[in-house]
Design a protein around this ligand. Structure first.
Ligand SMILES: CC[C@@H](C(=O)O)C(=O)SCCNC(=O)CCNC(=O)[C@H](O)C(C)(C)COP(=O)(O)OP(=O)(O)OC[C@H]1O[C@@H](n2cnc3c(N)ncnc32)[C@H](O)[C@@H]1OP(=O)(O)O
Ligand code: CO
Length: 134
């Protein structure tokens, strides 16, 4: 059901420092910071030949990544995003196995203007999973 790895997300305490490190020391192609108010984060995407890195920084008082950054003040890998062809079919299949879909269970439009869903990390080997319909 899952397809390509779309991105690996890293929650960071300093967005500008993360962007500069990847641009400078690692020589990566780093995009602009973009606020995603519907998701409570500001994101920067790093373009790699085979996937993307998503830097995440909290936006607003109710950011879903605030607890994670409080527990991991130096930052850390926050989620991985897999591509799926049909996000509703994927969701329904996963729910039938007992997996918990986060939020209200309905897809939201993500950073790539495609529908996304999140799956509880406790149901997937301790790793928060994002599904993105492509
Ligand atoms: C920009 C849009 C989009 C894109 O297109 O790319 C994005 O990527 S948005 C990214 C941000 N959005 C989300 O993360 C939405 C889904 N996340 C959530 O709903 C919550 O973050 C969460 C996963 C339910 C956690 O909520 P929180 O309030 O932080 O709960 P707890 O702190 O109580 O955590 C419960 C439990 O889970 C562990 N945990 C929390 N986050 C993670 C994580 N990222 N990876 C692995 N484990 C995680 C946490 O440690 C707790 O465990 P215990 O301490 O053992 O109870
Ligand atoms: Co993401």
């Amino acid at each position: 059901m899952i397809g390509r790895l779309n991105h690996v997300a890293i929650a960071v305490p300093d967005l500008d420092a993360a962007a500069e490190q990847y641009r400078g020391a690692l020589g990566a192609v780093v995009g602009p910071a973009i606020d995603q108010p519907d998701h409570g984060v500001t994101v920067i995407f790093v373009e790699l030949p085979n996937t993307k890195i998503e830097f995440l920084y909290p936006l607003g008082a109710e950011s879903p990544i605030q607890n994670f950054l409080d527990k991991n003040p130096a930052g850390g890998i926050h989620h991985i995003c897999y591509e799926v062809d049909d996000i509703i079919a994927a969701r329904d299949k996963l729910v039938a196995t007992g997996a918990r879909v986060l939020g209200n269970g309905e897809p939201k439009i993500g950073a790539h203007n495609k529908p996304v869903l999140f799956l509880h990390p406790k149901d997937f080997q301790g790793c928060l999973i994002e599904l993105e319909e492509v």
